[in-house]
Design a protein around this ligand. Structure first.
Ligand code: UD1
Length: 320
């Protein structure tokens, strides 16, 4: 049976990817996760169908045998936060750069068929042109953006120099079920959802007119799988993994209130350091070369996400 590895597979995006792989009966699924932000509970109902290795990508000796012989490695493990990379740059660098290098190195040594790398839209920074196309020069504004960009360069170089097949997908503000709202570094939509259910105002950093290409997690997981089977012409290259739209934070909070039928004016705080102003993916390349076909509008995605948070609030003894 084919071996498939998902690093960060207990995280919110990784655990959706694992479910999508299982739906396709894609092979024997191995998850590598140190459970720092990932959770075993994210894999609860599929636990018996996968192998979870609680292991850290910073430890080459430990992860190398786990990757060896895999047909596909989806490398999603990371410390995924712009502000955290500013307040605590060391762990973020060690995981996102050194750990990432370990994954490529181990994949090459273990003759892995292909590595799909979770890159980030943050690589674009504040380049003035929208939407962002892959041919634009990167302009990282935070350590996180630099680290994720470094991973792309390694992905490309491991293909060029060592023949390891790699594809980098620049994720654009992914949201959806299982995104943890409980950290100060949580993605904004997870925080908005929790505030809505708690009937509390969210704090918007800045004027709320910054825009993001919010992308539903299922669309991203599907694209990862498509990238794994695309022809060799995609290897060593970078593709936007976005929805192709952009909404301001004010618009999104408005929409969430409409969906829920409540009025809770947001509070506003100072702008966040390292923040990008506007972000929107040009999806043409991913559509044409990887078969990207995002299915979820923001409203649909938000409805599904909100329903999931509501359910987990009802089921959990304490707040999600
Ligand atoms: C960035 C990347 C994204 C990556 C993510 C990983 C860009 C454009 N996007 O997301 O691809 O996956 O890092 O962490 O670089 N905000 C509030 N209130 C809050 C929390 C956040 O107003 O309580 C604001 C932030 O200041 C920001 C926006 O919401 O303007 C989005 O923040 P966040 O969800 O943290 O993601 P990015 O930093 O945009």
């Amino acid at each position: 049976m084919k071996k498939i590895v998902v690093t960060g597979g207990a995280g919110f995006i990784g655990s959706m990817l694992v479910r999508k792989l299982l739906e396709r009966d894609a092979g024997e699924i191995h998850v590598i996760d140190n459970l720092s932000s990932g959770k075993e509970s994210n894999l609860a109902e599929v636990a018996s169908q996968i192998k979870l290795h609680v292991s850290d990508i910073r430890n080459y000796e430990e992860i190398a045998p786990l990757l060896a012989g895999a047909q596909t490695v989806y490398h999603l493990a990371a410390i995924p936060s712009v502000p955290r990379s500013i307040f605590e740059p060391v762990p973020s660098h060690q995981v996102n750069v050194d750990g990432c290098f370990n994954v490529f190195r181990a994949a090459h040594a273990g003759r892995v068929g292909r590595v799909i790398y979770a890159a980030s839209s943050s690589a674009y920074g504040d380049t003035p042109v929208l939407p962002k196309t892959e041919s634009m020069a990167p302009n990282p504004k935070s350590p996180y953006a630099v680290q994720k960009l470094m991973g792309e360069y390694y992905a490309s170089v491991f293909y060029a120099c060592f023949g390891l097949e790699t594809v980098s997908l620049r994720f654009f503000n992914v949201y959806g079920p299982r995104q943890d709202p409980n950290s100060p570094y949580s993605g904004v939509l997870s925080i908005f959802n929790r505030c809505l259910l708690d009937r509390k105002p969210p704090t918007i950093f800045g004027d709320g007119e910054q825009t993001r290409d919010f992308t539903y997690v299922e669309d991203v997981a599907e694209l990862c799988i498509k990238a794994a089977s695309a022809g060799r012409s995609v290897c060593g290259r970078v593709f936007n993994a976005g929805n192709g739209n952009r909404y301001s934070l004010n618009q999104v909070w408005e929409l969430l209130q409409e969906i829920e039928g409540v009025r809770i004016p947001a509070q506003y705080g100072p702008p966040r350091e390292g923040d990008v102003r506007d972000s929107q993916a040009d999806t043409k390349l991913a559509v044409e070369e990887l078969g990207h076909a995002p299915r979820f509008s923001l409203e649909e995605g938000l409805r599904l996400t909100l329903a999931w948070y509501r359910q987990s609030v009802l089921e959990a003894p304490t707040r999600v």
